[in-house]
Design a protein around this ligand. Structure first.
Ligand code: KG4
Ligand code: ZN
Length: 335
């Protein structure tokens, strides 16, 4: 059987990324140019700046990827690109680069949903076993997704307001920590105690939906009230309390859904999957379900990258999915 090489391109937010993956499972080259430093002083991603960086970096990142893989573009079996969701100006750079390469070299083009990519990052670690449940937690998404087979996604729960990563970033801002705040809260939480009483948004009985904006407001109010009373809350304790609330709900709902849907695997995906507290707690709680395998990708595959897009793209390519030259960026693409 012939090996399949797929080039992935990802530009949905603030990383310009390209990667080549062999047979959907093996990374041949994986290049990520982060723009984080350019956005840091604004406390968040500035769309216009993101687009400009993507334009500057795209060709360089592609060349570097081909160089590291020691491959010629003409040898690729397919090009997979993130179609959406994301920032429209950012997505457009990747989509157009992919279209140009595919057109010039007559290579099949495959459009990929960003979240499908995050889920398929797990295929680079461990073969998927169906049915499975994926907990996707990133800056823009918080979703529980049930998959009964490759390429079929059923969203069984999602956030009704802020995404988990968004809540991390907003709470970090309230604690005057740099952007992106997730890693900083994670680090502080290790040195603090969850002494501040914060709400847990369980929502209705049996719901797998999430809500984080109430928690975020509770943190901001607690900090404000303490200040008014002339008291100080240790940032470490606030970080630990906030993190405990987020993780308890994420983990508990994931376990309940895993039981209800009788899955064989639970996958963790998205930038917040880099969270130490979440990884540890999920590992610990999943021991209740010894028949269910837990897969957690390494940190570099949790945050945005193109290897995950190539991995998802390979499966879609094998299923016969193709995009035409009419492919456009879709900032609010549904899974
Ligand atoms: O998946 P991602 O790289 O980009 C999106 O598609 O959104 O996720 C970025 C998000 C940010 O909100 C960042 O604060 C969060 O992931 N994050 C973390 C950690 N590392 C990154 N959140 C909590 N703990 C971490 N260690
Ligand atoms: Zn992402």
């Amino acid at each position: 059987k012939k090996d399949i090489f797929v080039l992935g391109i990802e530009t949905s937010c603030d990383e310009t990324a390209a990667a080549i993956v062999k047979n959907g499972r093996e990374i041949v080259a994986n290049v990520v140019a982060s723009q984080m430093e350019s956005h840091q002083r604004f406390g968040g991603v500035v769309p216009e700046i993101a687009s400009r960086h993507h334009v500057e970096q795209m060709t360089l990142v592609l060349e570097e990827t081909m160089r590291r893989a020691n491959m010629d573009v003409s040898k690729l079996d397919a090009i997979a690109v993130t179609e959406g969701p994301g920032l429209v100006g950012a997505l457009l750079i990747g989509v157009n680069a992919a279209k140009a390469l595919a057109f010039a070299h007559r290579i099949p083009l495959v459009n990929v949903h960003h979240i499908a990519g995050h889920i398929y990052a797990n295929q680079l670690v461990q073969e998927m076993k169906f049915p499975l449940l994926a907990l996707v937690v990133s800056g823009g998404h918080t979703e529980l997704i049930y998959m009964k087979e490759h390429g079929v996604f059923e969203v069984i729960g999602e956030t009704r307001d802020d995404a988990a990563g968004e809540a991390y970033d907003k709470v970090a801002r309230a604690l005057q920590l740099p952007y992106p705040g997730g890693p900083h809260i994670d680090r502080l939480a290790k040195h603090g105690k969850p002494t501040i009483d914060l709400p847990r948004a369980w929502l209705e009985e049996g719901s797998y939906d999430f809500s984080f904006s109430g928690l975020k407001s509770a943190v901001i109010n607690a900090l404000h009230n303490a200040k008014q009373r002339g008291e100080t809350i240790r940032p470490e304790d606030m970080a630990a309390s906030f993190q405990a609330s987020v993780i308890e709900v994420l983990v508990e709902k994931t376990i309940q859904a895993a039981i209800h849907y009788r899955v064989k695997q639970v996958l963790l995906a998205g930038g917040v999957a880099a969270n130490e507290g979440l990884r540890t707690q999920l590992q610990k709680q999943m021991k209740q379900l010894p028949e269910v395998e837990l897969v957690i990708p390494p940190l570099s595959l949790c945050t945005d990258n193109a290897a995950m897009i190539a991995a998802a793209g390979t499966v879609l390519f094998q299923q016969g999915k193709r995009a035409t030259m009419a492919l456009n960026a879709n900032p609010s693409l549904l899974l």
